[in-house]
Write a protein that binds this ligand. Structure first.
Ligand SMILES: *Cc1c(COP(=O)(O)O)cnc(C)c1O
Length: 389
């Protein structure tokens, strides 16, 4: 087999990105204005939410979401341990404390059962961060779903949907399910603006607060504040806000990416189905567990878990793949293992058996629409070889 070079991820920007960015540059107005408002309008429409607020990262969206829900010093909020640090760090910005929960083996999701049990142990918890891991929506809907469990316990829901655009559950798009949902347009996410994020909500009060706080607490609409054709200079500061607005340059890239979101998603689904089919017989790995229909899944990452009794360790396997030109990644080293959280909250691996089992063996395979069947075949054959199968 001839060696191929297959990076872990690859950004595709060969649609209207350049044209839309050139239009912005030529317009003479580079920061938040018409393109950003249009991206908000289109994104709200795409997920079926009343409001979409563009910001410069998903981290900013998570921070604003928690602030708008009244998370403050001493508040406690459930967070899955299997996530990126941003999900938990924004709580610390507000002086609140994350309470880390274990995830389900196979999906890396928080389950309604876990949240129900935790809500009984921690009756004072104000909110939960639900991470739609890998692009698969958590069990939100129906009787006994997370929406119902949380409503019953008075727990607000912030969805970290950094992996989950476009993603669906029970025919409803992620972005219009809970109180507030946060998306990432970071370079390696399912659609990108370079750096950027979006917050969606059906709640008018949350949207109003977020729009105030994302731009210094200025009490005027973000576009009328900036546009040259509105000469009014007068504004008030209604709260201690942040500098989280998205620029029109980034929004222009986002508009072009949004046009192709379903095309990209379908391409990743093709990769996932190839892996599920070709790796199904491998004894020494566990494949991701599918709870949604494949077309409802955003397929942001494809994490497999090498079983402990297998022929190679995860680290060695990643090295061997790299030697053969294939990039792989790890999602995630759980937060309970990170020095900051471990020391601040005296966390022990023994309390997170599923996350530990995942962490010891997990690796994520390349997954993007530009991968050909030939590339996927090379990846599967190489992985089989590394695992001695
Ligand atoms: C990428 C990511 C974030 C942060 O997104 P940014 O846009 O880089 O701030 C948050 N949560 C999860 C789960 C992510 O994967």
């Amino acid at each position: 087999m001839t060696m191929k070079k297959i990076p872990y991820c690859k950004v595709v920007c060969d649609g209207n990105e350049l044209r839309y960015v050139r239009d912005v540059l030529e317009s003479g107005w580079l920061t938040t204005a018409g393109r950003t408002l249009e991206l908000e309008r289109r994104f709200a429409e795409a997920v079926g939410a009343r409001h979409a607020c563009a910001v410069n990262s998903c981290t900013a969206a998570l921070h604003l979401a928690a602030e708008a829900l009244g998370i403050r010093p001493g508040s406690r909020v459930f967070v899955p341990t299997m996530t990126f640090t941003a999900t938990a760090e924004v709580l610390r910005y507000l002086g609140a404390d994350p309470v880390f929960l274990d995830v389900e083996y196979g999906t890396c999701l928080l389950t309604p059962e876990t949240v129900e049990a935790a809500a009984r142990c921690f009756p004072d918890v104000k909110a939960v961060m639900i991470v739609h891991f890998g692009g698969q929506a958590a069990s939100m809907t129906g009787t006994g779903g997370l929406l119902e469990v949380c409503r019953r316990h008075g727990i607000r829901i912030i969805e970290d949907a950094a992996h989950a655009f476009p993603s669906r559950i029970d025919g409803r798009m992620v972005g219009a399910l809970g109180d507030v949902t946060c998306f990432s347009f970071y370079a390696n996410k399912t659609i990108t603006t370079g750096e950027g994020g979006m917050l969606t909500t059906n709640d008018d009060t949350i949207a109003k607060r977020v729009k105030l706080m994302r731009l210094h607490g200025i009490d005027r609409d973000i576009s009328s504040c900036f546009t040259a054709d509105n000469p009014s200079w007068e504004y008030d500061i209604a709260g201690l806000g942040y500098k989280y607005n998205l620029s029109d340059i980034n929004a222009a890239i986002g508009l072009a990416q949004l046009e192709r979101a379903e095309e990209f998603r379908a391409g990743r689904q093709r990769c996932a189905e190839f892996y599920l089919r070709e790796l199904a017989g491998l004894e020494c790995i566990d494949l991701p567990l599918l709870r949604s229909a494949p077309q409802d899944h955003a397929w942001h990452i494809f994490p497999i878990v090498l079983k402990p009794q297998g022929p190679v360790t995860r680290n060695r396997c990643i090295e061997m793949l790299a030697e053969r030109g294939i990039g792989a990644s790890v999602h995630y080293k759980p937060l309970h293992r990170m020095t900051y959280y471990r020391e601040a909250y005296c966390l022990s691996p023994d309390d997170y058996p599923n996350a530990e089992r995942i962490w010891q063996g997990c690796l994520s395979l390349p997954m993007y629409s530009a991968l050909s069947d030939d590339d996927l075949d090379y990846i599967c054959c190489t992985l089989r070889h590394c695992l001695g199968a």
